[in-house]
Write a protein that binds this ligand. Sequence first.
Ligand code: ZEM
Length: 293
Amino acid sequence: QTKTLHIARPEKGKTLADFQNIYNSIAEKMKSESAYDDGTGYGPVLVRLSWHSSATYDKNDNSGGSYGGTFRFKKEASDVLSKGLENATKFLDPIHSEYPWLSHGDLYTLGGVTALQELGGPKTPWRPGRVDTGPETVPAHGRLPIPEGNASYVRNYYDRFGFNDQEVVALLGAHILGKTHLKNSGYDGPWDDDTNIFSNEFFGNLLERKWTLEKNAASNMQYNAKGGIMMLPTDYALVQDPKYLKYVKKYADDQDAFFSDFRDIYVKLLERGISFDDSIEPLVFKTLKEQLK
Ligand code: ZEM
């Protein structure tokens, strides 16, 4: 089988300072538009955009992934499973106008890294070099996961990326951020009271709350707990499968282990399928708060 080659070619002549400027523009815009989604702000939907723009990856032919920035095309963004992400691309459009030299793949992944760090998540090294590709490189719909799946669905799904059980559990800890919206996905509610603070509470909630499987207003089955928090069937699968459960317990107990493992698998997700030359240094950005000091 022929494999698509995705060779990183960083924007010419740009340094850490240039990318830190973009980080700052995104972070400042998040701050000034913090009322979005009833006060959650844009952070979670930016993290989700970074995920969906990477989630088309297939290890078998190295197609899809974040490299080509193809989420900018209707052909990709119109997938029903991506409803709501137009809010994230609209948020980032003016950032791209400010920095037109930045590729869309770099923009969408840097948006996620910025949001993650600003919401209290781990420092996440990021490498530039994605290059825009054309609409002919958009894979057919069908590469995004459905929320109805059980543990074997989730395991089989992430095998397409080459991710193991530990990596999958760490990655899904991102579902501490934001919420599900009936009008987007047909699911309803947040995963935690705090929708915009990154932590290991997704795992604590999974283990400690009393979950009831109920039909929501869109007739989809979801797990609900007191206080109006929820889990998707794919989230709940992590406590139903003993091999996943082991890592759920570990991350619930050890926030540092979660932060470090989440960072590693998130970087891997955002870079899947891309060949980076050794000379391309990972960039580590300062948060807005750190820059005040
Ligand atoms: Zn999500 N996700 N996701 N996810 N996701 C939603 C929202 C968010 C799945 C899924 O079906 C859904 C990952 C993996 C998987 C985020 C990040 C990451 C929603 C709700 C659904 C239905 C959308 C809505 O209604 O607006 C499934 C099935 C997944 C894998 C099995 C991974 C991996 C993520 C990041 C690393 C985030 C941050 C949100 C919240 C978005 C928001 O607007 O608040």
